[in-house]
Design a binder for this molecule. Structure first.
Ligand code: MRU
Length: 358
């Protein structure tokens, strides 16, 4: 059966491009006013790009890190240190690069997951370990895109005709290999004619919603309305949305979910107003080794991100800010977790174990 979603229309942007010898990263700090790719030829430059949010979004940073390992292997060869290395020796030599990439951001588990896949690929590689690394990085990206297509259909299947949806942060093509997680569900819902109203919260302080999500939707010709984060409860109260649909950076063994700061308050408001709450993420975001949300490291970023806007200071000199960039939504506030493996409704430790356990 042919896929009813026209992906050429509903997926136009790529944040990560591999040219054969260079990793090109779309500089998301500059969007929406400048579309500029930054060329990376070293592993260190990829780690810096992840930390600086040049590339961002849980699946995208995993994919970028995998390519970072490919670049690290090329650096070994360029320095002459790669000559004569077998796969085991290469694994040992590449470990510091992997650790550098892993340290770039702490909350999204996709980063550690992608690096673990690269390690595993290397551990079973033979003489052609360079080719194995290259193919593994490509496979991680290809599988992410396929997962997003599948989740789009599964998630849209939960949405009734004529619905309004609210999303948070950016979970689209810009945050993934393409199409997106939560934004993929919204794209599929729009393509199927089920979603009639799309709202995006601006997502203070980095403005992923205002700068990235509504721009992405504009590229597709999908009508979307930007709201201040603080307008979300009022939006729900006035009956304009039936679903809040968000992505995830880490989903724990009991279903607790870390996502962009502000997600937790949306889940509380949604439950209060009878609005459903959907989390959409590939299985690479599920971390069964972390028992609950209390064990997740929450990244705190520079307070400068809070104290100004676009380079202009907005708070008085001397003011201090606190800038945690993720929060944890407890599983009891989540109506459905959508992964490419299927939908976990009202997630808890038991249903998560059934889906993702060994
Ligand atoms: O700080 P960011 O922009 O990397 O945070 C991104 C998010 O919180 C996304 O919602 C999450 O990574 C899912 S992206 C498909």
């Amino acid at each position: 059966m042919t896929d009813p979603i026209d992906y050429a229309r509903y997926d136009r942007i790529r944040p990560i491009r591999w040219t054969g010898d260079t990793l090109e990263l779309l500089d998301q700090r500059k969007l929406p006013f400048e579309v500029r790719y930054i060329p990376c030829t070293t592993c260190a430059s990829v780690a810096v790009a992840i930390h600086a949010l040049i590339v961002r979004g849980a699946p995208a940073i995993g994919i970028a890190a995998a390519w970072g390992v490919v670049l690290a292997a090329r650096e070994l060869d360029a320095s002459g240190a790669g000559a004569g290395l077998d796969a085991a020796a290469a694994a040992e030599r590449l470990e510091p690069a992997m650790q550098q990439l892993n340290a770039a951001r702490p909350t999204a588990v996709n980063l550690a997951w992608a690096l673990q896949r690269m390690r595993r690929a290397l551990s079973t590689a033979g003489e052609d370990w360079r080719g194995v690394l290259l193919r593994e990085a490509r496979a991680i990206a290809d599988e992410d895109l396929a997962a997003n297509h599948r989740m789009g259909k599964l998630g849209a299947g939960l949405i009734a005709n004529g619905s309004g949806v609210l999303t948070h942060c950016n979970t689209g093509s810009l945050a993934t290999a393409g199409f997106g997680t939560a934004l993929g569900v919204i794209r599929a819902g729009v393509a199927q004619g089920k979603v009639e109203r799309v709202y995006a919260g601006e997502t203070r302080p980095w403005l992923q919603g205002a700068r990235l999500t509504v721009w992405e939707l504009q590229q597709d010709g999908i009508d979307a309305t930007l709201i201040a984060d603080s307008a979300a409860s009022h939006l729900m109260k006035t009956g304009q949305v039936q679903w809040v649909i968000v992505g995830a950076d880490r989903i724990c063994a009991n279903g607790d979910t870390a996502n962009k700061i502000g997600t937790y308050q949306l889940a509380i408001a949604a439950r209060y107003h009878g609005v459903k709450f959907m989390v959409v993420a590939p299985s690479s975001t599920v971390d069964m080794a972390t028992p609950n949300g209390g064990k997740i490291e929450i990244e705190e970023r520079d307070q400068a991100e809070m104290l100004g806007l676009g380079g202009t200071r907005t708070a008085a000199e001397g003011v201090r800010a606190w800038n945690p960039v993720f929060d944890v939504t407890p599983s009891e506030l989540i109506d459905a977790i959508v992964t490419e493996r299927g939908v976990v409704e009202r997630p808890n430790r038991v249903s998560m174990q059934t889906f993702f356990g060994p």
